[in-house]
Design a protein around this ligand. Structure first.
Ligand code: H2B
Length: 106
């Protein structure tokens, strides 16, 4: 079972991410992207799904046409754990390696 992180640990993990936000309760991190097309947005979701299966850690998706928002928390710990930050780092890398040219500023 993964340990829920304290605010100091959350802040040091956040520094290793690119523009993720913690919600007011400190229970979730989230980030949003806008893609140049619906198809690219869906492709991204599918790749994040593969990462989630590899890491056995599963995000919440909100997809509205070309906009995608991903929210991460650890249900088993009822808060943020290292698993959320590991997945977020994987998502940032995926964007950098495969999707950076397919984003629109949002
Ligand atoms: N994903 C998320 N986001 N939180 C969890 O607590 C969680 C999960 N638990 N994926 C995992 C699966 C757990 O149910 C299995 C048994 O490892």
């Amino acid at each position: 079972m993964h340990q829920k992180l304290n605010p100091t640990e959350i802040n040091s993990e956040l520094k290793q991410l690119h523009l993720w936000t913690v919600d007011d309760e400190g229970l979730n991190i989230y980030k949003a992207w806008k893609f140049v097309s619906f198809k690219h947005a869906m492709n991204f979701l599918s790749k994040v799904g593969d990462l989630a299966e590899e890491q056995d850690h599963h995000p919440e998706f909100l997809a509205t046409y070309t906009n995608v928002r991903i929210r991460l928390t650890t249900h088993d710990a009822q808060g943020l754990t290292h698993k959320d930050f590991a997945l977020a780092r994987g998502i940032d890398q995926l964007i950098n390696h495969a999707f950076s040219d397919l984003l629109k500023p949002n």
